[in-house]
Design a protein around this ligand. Structure first.
Ligand code: I3P
Length: 128
């Protein structure tokens, strides 16, 4: 556990609570289902954890908690998507496999930070 914790700490870019809904799976449209999600940007992946009420910044680490899903950011596309929701501060993440997520926060500065950080990881992967 200690080694895997150190591994995660070294690759951790960002973690926090966002509202999330998946809107497409493999290009097929899904019905929205907004839920708060503990979101962790680590290495080349965005990892989602359920039940944020039981999550703390230490409890999502390997061995303590099981991720709900994870997204490979290589080749992914990010765009602001306030046209796709009645909520404010929404952006869309589309993976190469055609999975699409909306992520949202009521806090303007927070959602901008998430957008910029995820975009910088995508840009880094595109340069590799
Ligand atoms: C949806 C729900 C979503 C809403 C969506 C509704 O209804 O209200 O919150 O998305 O709007 O269809 P239901 O619960 O009956 O599925 P936003 O909150 O993002 O606006 P949409 O169909 O215009 O995407």
């Amino acid at each position: 556990l200690l080694n895997s914790t150190i591994f995660w700490d070294n690759r951790l870019e960002k973690a926090g609570l966002l509202n999330k809904t998946k809107i497409a799976e493999g290009g097929r449209k899904l019905r929205k289902n907004w839920n708060p999600s503990w979101v962790v940007l680590v290495g080349n992946s965005l990892v989602f954890f359920k039940d944020p009420k039981s999550q703390t910044p230490s409890s999502w680490k390997p061995g303590n908690s099981c991720p709900e899903s994870s997204v490979d950011l290589r080749g992914a596309q990010l765009q602001w998507a306030n046209n796709l929701s009645s909520k404010k501060n929404v952006f869309k993440l589309r993976t190469v496999t055609g999975n699409e997520f909306l992520l949202q926060s009521e806090t303007d500065s927070l959602i901008r930070e998430w957008f910029n950080t995820i975009q910088s990881v995508i840009d880094r992967l595109n340069r590799e």
